[in-house]
Design a protein around this ligand. Structure first.
Ligand code: NAI
Length: 338
């Protein structure tokens, strides 16, 4: 029997990647309908008769939306990303909907983007590019600092945190790490696990690699920013909600934060993955962030390499086949044990 998938927040590159994998597999029994819309309680009505709904980071899977999906017969949410903070897992479980994700499509991909943010902010390659294009070879204002021997504090030593630490080791950085669950492979890299406040007060660069949970929401706030070294570089490639944006703006104004690199933003669902270049952006906090010369924001592109997209499509389709065959893998299905 054909397994019907309603695919939300579709971009042309998603369609290409998923169709390529579908062609290679003999999964002819899968039929995907691609919708450009993000999923919420209104657009949920689109997925009549779908067995699985395939979603991304800014689709809303709150209780109301899940109830509409359940009433349409949806039994499986296939997230084509690692984080699942946008799903009300209790509601999904109560409605008998299984939730799968792609736990590790390419941690190195996101780790490399983290380094891109650190190096661009530090060495001002984005500003140098524009200057040289215009025949301006003046160096004043482009001064960076040498990464070698600097202390980097990594919050979260899971797959992406670990991949980031391995790269930073190659730069000769000292690394401090905070994670409630220390990992021997990380200790073997010569990384020291410390308390969060020790990390914050010692690091020249703080990089966030933990998931967004109730506990980690606004982990970076006015008090934690006060604990950091004056002029610290703060990098967030994890989830926007880890950072209290207003506190970060205040920290930038007081120069307590010397550099800010973001690939994620708390209110990103209103902005990211869309071309708003002809619109008036209404988010005043986001616009304030853009005014600082020492802030670099990318629109959630840490995952965006051809290798990672191919892997995301492969694992997501395997999750769908596993669901269909009633053999869901505990590592990929997040509410199996609930
Ligand atoms: P993971 O599950 O392998 O590792 C997360 C680590 O964080 C675990 O070791 C866990 O013990 C630790 N942790 C949990 N709560 C913590 C807390 N309060 N403080 C410190 N550590 C804590 O996850 P992975 O694959 O490394 O991904 C990390 C995050 O990166 C994801 O949750 C996701 O939000 C984000 N991400 C961003 C992408 C992007 O495109 N920018 C792409 C993929 C993931």
């Amino acid at each position: 029997m054909t397994h019907k998938i309603a695919f939300f927040s579709t971009k042309s590159y998603d369609e290409t990647a998923f169709n390529q994998v579908l062609e290679k597999t003999s999964a002819q029994e899968i039929h995907i309908t691609y919708f450009p819309h993000t999923l919420d309680h209104d657009t949920a009505a689109l997925c009549d008769n779908a067995d699985t709904v395939c979603v991304f980071v800014n689709d809303t899977l709150d209780k109301t939306t899940l109830e509409v999906l359940a009433s349409k017969g949806v039994k499986h949410i296939a997230l084509r990303c690692a984080g699942f903070n946008n799903v009300d897992l209790d509601a999904a479980t109560a409605l008998g909907i299984l939730v799968s994700r792609v736990p590790a499509y390419s941690p190195e991909t996101v780790a490399e983007h983290t380094l891109a943010l650190i190096l661009t902010l530090n060495r001002n390659t984005h500003k140098a590019y524009n200057r040289v294009k215009e025949g301006n070879f003046e160096l004043a204002g482009l001064m960076g600092f040498t990464l070698h021997n600097k202390t980097v504090g990594v919050v979260g030593s899971g797959k992406i945190g670990k991949a980031t630490m391995k790269i930073l080791r190659g730069f000769g950085c000292e690394i401090l790490c905070y994670d409630p669950y220390p990992d021997n492979e990380v200790i073997a890299l010569g990384v020291e696990y410390v308390a969060l406040n020790t990390l914050l007060s010692s690091a020249d660069i703080v990089s966030l690699h933990c998931p967004l949970t109730e506990e980690s929401h606004h982990l970076i706030n006015a008090a934690s920013i006060d604990e950091m070294k004056k002029g610290v570089m703060l990098i967030n490639t994890s989830r926007g909600g880890l950072v209290d944006t207003q506190a970060v703006i205040d920290g930038l104004k007081s120069k307590q934060i010397g550099y800010l690199g973001l690939d994620v933003y708390e209110q990103e669902s209103e902005l990211f993955f869309k071309d708003l270049s002809d619109d008036i952006i209404q988010d005043d906090r986001f616009q304030r962030l853009q005014t600082f010369p020492n802030v670099l924001i990318t629109g959630h592109q840490g995952f965006f390499t051809r290798e990672a997209l191919g892997e995301i499509a492969t694992v997501t389709l395997n999750n769908i086949l596993d669901f269909q065959g009633n053999i869901p893998k505990p590592a990929n299905f997040v509410n199996l044990d609930r």
